[in-house]
Design a protein around this ligand. Structure first.
Ligand code: NAI
Ligand code: 1HS
Length: 255
């Protein structure tokens, strides 16, 4: 793939680090301009500066995906800096542990707010620009946790499952308005901050083997393997993909 995203401007929520930042780099390689929105504005600004030093067109700004006004402001600033937004990667998310009877309402709501409400609010902030131009693509981030139950992750599994089906619903509403909506569902990506906290402190060989036994490929994924799928779905190469949920999980949910 080369030049798949020339002339496109993509907003990435949670774009300051991890899968979001790696995807920004891949999108730039394909010719896109990228706006990194992150809860941590300094992280977003620094990451955008690094991308510009590498020759990319990038803008970084603080935005909390749970706060409609903060998102609307950030999207307007991104459009001013880079031009009309025609791509959105709904990547910001947080994970957390807790069975139903052990979870606090506060933790349940925070996980739901960032993952699900954040996807709703960021989509709502960019859709008017896409609809006006009859051109856009949105990629949401689900997880293997949105397709199968993961022990001890009640709120996160519920939230990611909601994102997978919200993707299908949005795809129907917006395909006739020129906007394709799809989802990428990663398996564990060990090297990001979320991946590291998921794997926790127990990195003994026995514990790692137990986790890896769920993955037919025998390894966890890399951020760039998710980025490749996101670039594809945002690009015109995926012109017939509408409402799909692409598992990028080393076979975890096929097993
Ligand atoms: P990460 O924790 O490394 O990066 C997430 C980024 O989102 C951070 O820069 C953080 O500041 C930002 N963020 C958090 N809350 C935010 C908010 N309220 N508003 C704006 N930005 C916010 O996470 P990672 O691993 O890069 O994950 C990205 C997405 O991929 C998440 O939705 C996650 O659920 C999903 N995912 C991750 C997997 C993994 O194993 N790492 C596996 C499956 C899905
Ligand atoms: C945090 C991310 O969405 C992955 S949840 C699944 C963890 S594992 O049990 O498949 O390693």
């Amino acid at each position: 793939m080369a030049g798949l995203m020339v002339g496109r401007t993509v907003v990435i929520t949670g774009g300051g680090a991890g899968i979001g930042l790696t995807t920004a780099r891949r999108l730039i390689q394909e010719g896109a301009a990228v706006a990194l929105l992150d809860l941590d504005g300094a992280v977003a600004a620094h990451a955008a500066e690094e991308l510009r030093k590498e020759g990319g067109k990038a803008f970084g700004v603080a935005a909390d995906v749970t706060d409609a006004q903060s998102l609307d402001r950030a999207v307007a600033a991104a459009a001013d800096a880079l031009g009309t937004i025609d791509g959105l990667f709904n990547n910001a998310g947080i994970a957390g542990f807790g069975t139903v009877h052990e979870s606090t309402l506060e933790s349940w709501q925070r996980i739901w707010d960032v993952n699900v409400t954040g996807t709703f609010l960021a989509s709502r902030a960019v859709l008017p620009q896409m609809i006006a131009k009859r051109r856009g693509a949105i990629v949401n981030v689900g997880s293997v946790a949105g397709m199968v139950g993961i022990p001890g992750m009640a709120a996160y599994c519920a939230a990611k499952g909601a994102i997978v089906n919200l993707t299908r619903q949005m795809a129907i509403d917006y395909s006739k308005l020129g906007v394709r909506v799809n989802c990428v569902s990663p398996g564990t990506i060990a090297e990001t901050a979320m991946g590291k906290s998921l794997l926790g402190n127990d990195t003994s060989e026995e514990a790692m083997n137990r986790r890896l036994s769920k993955y037919p490929l025998g390894r966890f994924g890399k951020p760039v393997e998710i980025a490749e799928a996101v670039v594809f779905l945002l690009s015109d190469a995926a012109s017939f993909c509408v409402g799909s949920n692409l598992a990028v999980d080393g076979g975890m949910t096929a097993a």
